[in-house]
Structure formats: structure tokens, C-alpha cells
Design a protein around this ligand. Structure first.
Ligand code: MOS
Length: 769
């Protein structure tokens, strides 16, 4: 659907979405929305792409951290004599001899409040207490094992139950009201139909393919940090503060990233350790995290426990909705997992309350993981909705359709673009939902029992500030620079598509330069906001560069358009031509540049955040989606698998149908992991995340993959930017786990309210075939 059609379309919807924003927006060309393969694909498949730990420099040495083997206490003594006498060892760095490292007050976000080695306190198992630097990695590893650390151990708590009876010192800040309207208690008390259950999600650890690494190069004046970062500009800002340097003395480079899932949003202490060691030794230092370290030292999705209370009339009107959640956090920071993100606006209800509380545990600091807050939160909300539908004897799709609202009842504003209803309808049709029989265990396929479940999803939509530069070069190629990064999701490709759309220079002739903090500041790849944020800045820069070409075309003596008004000219399909004539009547833009002896036409672009747009104040902006799931339960051998997922997403206009579909497929894989496998378990004896490896922390494999069917509504949200594109990095995971547990209930009669679903849970099923 073209933009104008969309403007007309939304004009007929309830809630009066912002028609004004769509005015004058030219329809994008066919490259926007196309299945363009990743432009960086060949670099990755041929091994040319360099990831953080691939950087090597003359004189490079290796750092290996020494980690605490107590979960709480004080370091009494660090004996490095044996380690220092080993071959190749250059430095054993710890609290006593590290260069000054500072806390962060930059406005940027750090993962932990404390810099590494700040004092003798230990508050989680695996905390860095020292680091050994040696000529080779093996020498550093051997020496790290030889460092003797004496502790005065203290009491610690890694309890995975977040009960109501915790001592107040374990609950920083006390419970907080996150959202409140009407009188939910009274409405719940008098509701004829009630659900009152507690749901829980475990600690999950980010396991991107590429592990964290820093190669730090101190050159006597400035630091260059080769990182695996989802946010190079934030990394620069924060590390400048931690290292006590002006920003221009810290350059961050992240050209290729093997994903992050949120674990690489903000700097972790290893970055400062590598930088400090480089400065102390005056040598380039490489520090790579092992998979094991990733379970303690670079974040996790925190444990959540959520009490849901839903009250309804027998007809299915939702009269009261309450969510009281708590999540664990560390002693290093107060991290609130915003489990109530979607609760206040997903369904229509007059009475609602969401409260949040933190509980301290002796664990590494939690950090956002794909869909932080909303994903574990929706597990509780959507599970409770499924339980409500069963109590009401209503179809769960019908119940959700009947509670849909085009007004955000929390903010009392219309949504800029909400099409949950269409998602539910399209999903039901693609999945074949009408063939579902609601009785538990009623659907069979040979020796298997089928379970069908559904859940809705939502994730925020937003746009930040961004700058970009575009050079249209006289050899017919273009260069785009932006201080953002491609975490594997397709930013390089999408940016090249924008240039092709605006200039006609084909994607194959566009060099997209990302991943250096020396570039014009661009967004963090987080919160599903990078694309919506860089789109307007890159369009702005491209338009500025085009304007330069048209001005040159109207003034340069060699130009066939000399003397014409620049405003009467256009650049389309790479050709400068008169606006009222077709593109092929004109001349290639590079001919215009060469005729004026110009290497390139350059444009700078800038765009403000969504909050800077006064129109945005009138609307609530979110993405929506729905997940339909089929599971197969074999009661004979107690075997469960997810066999089919249909996912429909309302994420605005899709720029690249291939990378976007890949995002959704990856999210479904992750959702299968969340529902059935993933859980970081802390050893109650010592606080060690005991399954800190790929043998014991189970992630889905090819054998666990369902048949996946992804659909996008592809309806532009004109509030966000000219293309109407929102972000889609996170919405695809939302709703997968509760749809799976709903399907598991339908197949087995067992309601699993605490993830992951274990075969032990399902042995309670009485069904046979
Ligand atoms: Mo996402 S958790 O903002 O990488």
C-alpha cells in the first residue's frame, strides 16, 4: 500500500490517526520493502568481516580476568607472586594497582555503577577481582589460574523465589505503583469471573554467537576500543567518563557484530579493564570473554514473579486488571524489569493497577534482553488472558477481539496506528484457527495430541535523535556515514536501500560506513528504535546532497541545465532531469559533477526525536502482533515439540522484507528457547551460575524448530518518519512463550505458570491416546 492510500485508509479508522503527517510525503520506490539480500553477507561468509576480537596489532598482548569464587564478601589478600613468576606474564592488575577508573555521570548508560576493581567488595560469583596480562592468551590463562585470592565470605542470597516475606533491606525502594486507574480492588472483589494466579520467568542469559570482546589500543594520547557493541556512541560517552578522558580521546569501533540481544547495549567492566591494562603497559590489549564468563559478567534477563488478577463479567467484559510484579536485581545497580509495559493499554478495562518491586540478589547485574519487561510481562498477562477465556468458555481470539481498543486508556490518547485486530484476524485465517476444538486433548494427529494456543503482543515504537552524512560521488557511487552499527539485523542494507530510493544509485554502489564513534552521532541498536531513528536523518542527508547536485546542474557551465531554476530539476534513477520530463530524458548525475570538477556532492542530515514533534503528544505509539502456536504432545514417551508458529506483526512499513522476516524467525527460535529450555540456575551452595555452558544451558537447535510462517501487515505509521517504519527487533519475541504454554495446556491439560516448561511438569497429564 502506498503512502497516500494509507493516509486515506487511516482516515476512515476510529481514533483519527495523524493524517497531517502523511501529507506531501512522496511514495517510496519499490526498493523500499524489497527482499534485498544483506550487503554485508559476502563479507561475513568469506571471513573478511572483522569482529572485535579479530583485530590484531604489533605488540598485542592478552588479558584474562580472575573471577571471584564467592558470591559475597571482602577480598582480604591477592597473592600474585606465583602468577607473576610464570613465563610471559607482564601484569597482574587489581584494586591495588589499577589506574584510576571512575563512575559514570555522563548521561550515557553504563551496565554497572561501579568501575571494575573499585574496592574489595564482592557481591556476586564470577565478579572480576583481578586481571592477568601476558604475551600469549595461554600464558595469561595459566597465570590467571595461579593468582591466589583470599576472601572474607559473607552471607549471600541467590534464591529463585521472590516471596512476599523478604526482609526490607532486600527490597530497595519498596513497591512502586506503575499505573493506576479506577478502583481495581473493588471491581475485582465483585467480579463474577476471576483469575488470580502467579506467573514466573527465570533468569535467561544472552547468548549471541559472538561473545563479548575488547581490543584496547592506548597510543600515548588516546584510546581506540574495538568492541562488540550495540551502541558505539554511548560506549564512547561512558568510557570517556570511566577513563577520565575527554570524549575525543576515546574512539569506539564496532564494524561487525555477531548480535547482542541487549547484552551489548551498554559497556561492561571488561572494556575498562582492557583499556586500563593497555594504558599501564603501553601495549594493545585483547580481552575476550569466554562463554562461561558471559553467564556472570555481561548481564542477564532478571528473574520475575508476577501476580495477575483479572475480573470479568460472564459476557467477557474485563472489569479489573491487576499485575503485581517483582524482579531481582544485583547489588551493583537497581534494574527494574518493566513487566507492565504493555499492560495498561493492551485491552480495554476501566479499572487497572500495576505495581513493581525489586529484590536484591547476589548475581551479576541484569540488563535488557530482547523485549525487556514486555516479554516476561506479556507471558503473565497473556497466560492470564488464556485462563480467563477458558473460565468464560470463550474462544481466546474472540475474547481478545472483543477487548480491543483504539484508544490508549492509560494516556487517554488514540494510537498513531494500532492494528491488533487485523493481526488476530489474519493470524487466525493463516493458522486455520476455525478448525480448533476447545476441549483439552481433543485434537489428534496419529499418536500425537495437538495443542493450539494464541497470544497477543506489543512493543513500544519510538524515534531518537540522529545525524548522518551522504556523499554522492562523481564515479557514480555513494557513501553514507552514520555513528550507528549493524548488529546483524540489516542496518547496512536498509541504509543502502534508502539511498537507492532517494537517488536511484543502486544498493550495490552504496558504501555504508557504520561502526565508528568518529562518524556523525547515530542511534544505539536498542529498543527496536534504530531504523525508525536513522531513516529521517539519512533521508535528510540524501535530500541535502541531491539539492547540491541540482544547484550545480543549474549553475555549472558544462551542464545542459545551466540557467534553469534548480527547483525545476529532479534527480531520479541516478539522472538529473527536468521535473516535468521522464528520468531518461536527463543526464547521469556523475556527468554533472564531473563537468563542474566536483568529487562529490555532500549532504548532512539531522533529525529530532519523536518527543520533539508536537504531533507526537497527541498519540500513543506502539507496535502490535500476534502469535499462533501448535504443539505436538506424545504422551506415550512424554515428548513435546512446537510444530508450527504463525506470527503476524503490525510494525509499520517494512523496509526490507527479507531481513525483517529473518528477525521474526529468529525471535520465534528465541521464544521456543524461552518457553521450553532456557534457565540460568544459581548453585545455592556458592552462587555459581552452575549451568554456565552450552551443554547445560539449553538453547533450541534445528531439531526443535517449528514450521514458521511470518506475515507483516505492512501498514505505515506516519507519525514515526516519512516511510512510516517502526522497529521490529523485539516485537517478534513478545507473545511466543504464552502462546506456547496456552498450546501446551490445550494439548495436555497442564498449565505451566513458571517457565520453562519441563517434561516433569507434563508428566502430570492424564491424557493418553
Ligand atoms: Mo534490545 S534488549 O534493546 O537489544
Amino acid at each position: 500500500m502506498r503512502f497516500e492510500e494509507f493516509a486515506e485508509f487511516i482516515g476512515t479508522q476510529d481514533g483519527a490517526p495523524p493524517k497531517a503527517a502523511a501529507q506531501n510525503a512522496p511514495p517510496p520506490s519499490d526498493i523500499i520493502g524489497a527482499m534485498v539480500p544483506r550487503v554485508d553477507g559476502p563479507l561475513k561468509t568469506t571471513g573478511v568481516a572483522r569482529y572485535a576480537s579479530d583485530y590484531n596489532f604489533p605488540g598485542l598482548v592478552y588479558a584474562v580476568p580472575v573471577r571471584s569464587n564467592v558470591a559475597s564478601g571482602k577480598i582480604l589478600r591477592i597473592d600474585s607472586t606465583a602468577a607473576e613468576s610464570l613465563p610471559g606474564v607482564l601484569l597482574v592488575m587489581h584494586h591495588g594497582n589499577v589506574i584510576p577508573l571512575y563512575r559514570n555521570a555522563s548521561g550515557g548508560r553504563n551496565s554497572e555503577n561501579r568501575p571494575p576493581f573499585e574496592d574489595e567488595t564482592v557481591s556476586y560469583w564470577g565478579q572480576y577481582v583481578a586481571a592477568v596480562v601476558a604475551e600469549s592468551f595461554e600464558q595469561a590463562q595459566a597465570a590467571a589460574a595461579a593468582v591466589r585470592v583470599e576472601y572474607e565470605p559473607a552471607k549471600f542470597n541467590v534464591d529463585a523465589s521472590l516471596s512476599d516475606t523478604l526482609p526490607p533491606e532486600d527490597q530497595p525502594g519498596g513497591p512502586r505503583v506503575m499505573s493506576h486507574r479506577g478502583d481495581p480492588d473493588a471491581a475485582f472483589a465483585s467480579a463474577p469471573v476471576k483469575v488470580d494466579e502467579v506467573y514466573g520467568t527465570p533468569v535467561e542469559t544472552h547468548n549471541p554467537m559472538e561473545m563479548h570482546a575488547t581490543v584496547a589500543v592506548w597510543d600515548g594520547k588516546k584510546y581506540t576500543l574495538y568492541e562488540s557493541s550495540q551502541g558505539i556512541m554511548n560506549h564512547q560517552t561512558v568510557m570517556a567518563q570511566v577513563l577520565g578522558e575527554p570524549k575525543e580521546n576515546v574512539e569506539v569501533v564496532s564494524r561487525f557484530i555477531g548480535s547482542g540481544f541487549g547484552g551489548k547495549l551498554f559497556p561492561w567492566p571488561h572494556s575498562a579493564i582492557a583499556a586500563a591494562a593497555s594504558r599501564k603497559l603501553n601495549r594493545p590489549v585483547k580481552l575476550t570473554l569466554s562463554r562461561k564468563m558471559m553467564f556472570s559478567n555481561s548481564g542477564h534477563r532478571p528473574l520475575t514473579q508476577q501476580r495477575m488478577r483479572l475480573g470479568a463479567t460472564p459476557e467477557g467484559k474485563l472489569v479489573s486488571l491487576q499485575q503485581d510484579y517483582r524482579n531481582h536485581t544485583s547489588f551493583g545497580d537497581d534494574v527494574r524489569e518493566n513487566c507492565g509495559e504493555a499492560t495498561p493499554f493492551l485491552y480495554s478495562t476501566p479499572n487497572l493497577k500495576v505495581t513493581s518491586a525489586l529484590v536484591r540478589r547476589n548475581v551479576g547485574t541484569p540488563t535488557p534482553m530482547r523485549g525487556p519487561g514486555a516479554v516476561p510481562g506479556l507471558f503473565a498477562v497473556e497466560s492470564a488472558m488464556d485462563e480467563l477465556a477458558i473460565k468464560l468458555k470463550k474462544d481466546p481470539v474472540e475474547l481478545r477481539l472483543s477487548l480491543d481498543t483504539l484508544i490508549d486508556e492509560e494516556k487517554n490518547k488514540p494510537f498513531s496506528s494500532r492494528h491488533l485486530k487485523e493481526c488476530l484476524q489474519m493470524g487466525a485465517e493463516k493458522f486455520g484457527w476455525s478448525k480448533r476444538t476447545p476441549e483439552v486433548g481433543s485434537m489428534r494427529k496419529g499418536d500425537l495430541i495437538l495443542g493450539w494456543g494464541v497470544a497477543a503482543a506489543s512493543w513500544g515504537a519510538n524515534r531518537g535523535v540522529c545525524e548522518a552524512e551522504v556523499n554522492l560521488r562523481c564515479d557514480g557511487t555513494a557513501r553514507v556515514g552514520c555513528g550507528t552499527q549493524d548488529i546483524g539485523t540489516g542496518s547496512y542494507t536498509v541504509i543502502a536501500q534508502i539511498i537507492q530510493d532517494k537517488t536511484g544509485i543502486p544498493v550495490s554502489k552504496v558504501d555504508v560506513v557504520l561502526g565508528s564513534s568518529t562518524l556523525p552521532p547515530g542511534p544505539t541498536s536498542g529498543g527496536s528504535t534504530a531504523t525508525s531513528t536513522f531513516v529521517p536523518a539519512i533521508i535528510d542527508a540524501a535530500n541535502a546532497a541531491v539539492k547540491v547536485i541540482l544547484t550545480v546542474a543549474s549553475t555549472s557551465k558544462a551542464s545542459p541545465f545551466a540557467g534553469k531554476d534548480a527547483g525545476s530539476l529532479a534527480l531520479t534513477e541516478g539522472c538529473v532531469h527536468e521535473k516535468n520530463k521522464p528520468a531518461d530524458s536527463g543526464v547521469p548525475y556523475e556527468q554533472i559533477l564531473r563537468g563542474a570538477n566536483l568529487a562529490s556532492a555532500n549532504g548532512n542530515g539531522k533529525s529530532g526525536g519523536l518527543a520533539a514533534d508536537p504531533k507526537s503528544r497527541n498519540y500513543s505509539t506502539h507496535s502490535f502482533g500476534v502469535q499462533f502456536v501448535e504443539v505436538e504432545w506424545d504422551p506415550g514417551i512424554a515428548h513435546l515439540r512446537v510444530s508450527r508458529v504463525v506470527s503476524v506483526v503490525d510494525g509499520g512499513r517494512i523496509i526490507n522484507m527479507r531481513t525483517a522476516t529473518n528477525q521474526m524467525e529468529g525471535a520465534i527460535v528465541m521464544g521456543v528457547g524461552m518457553a521450553l529450555f532456557e534457565e540460568t540456575i544459581y548453585d545455592p551452595r556458592n552462587g555459581h551460575p552452575i549451568n554456565d555452558n552450552f551443554a547445560d544451558y539449553i538453547v533450541p537447535t534445528i531439531a526443535d524448530m517449528p514450521q514458521i510462517d511470518v506475515h507483516f501487515l505492512n501498514i505505515p505509521d506516519p507519525l514515526l518518519n516519512e516511510y512510516g517504519t517502526r522497529g521490529i527487533g523485539e516485537i517478534g519475541l513478545a507473545g511466543v512463550a504464552p502462546a506456547i504454554t496456552a498450546a501446551v495446556y490445550h494439548a495436555t491439560g497442564v498449565r505451566v505458570r513458571r517457565l520453562p516448561v519441563k517434561i516433569e511438569n507434563l508428566l502430570a497429564s492424564q491424557l493418553t491416546v
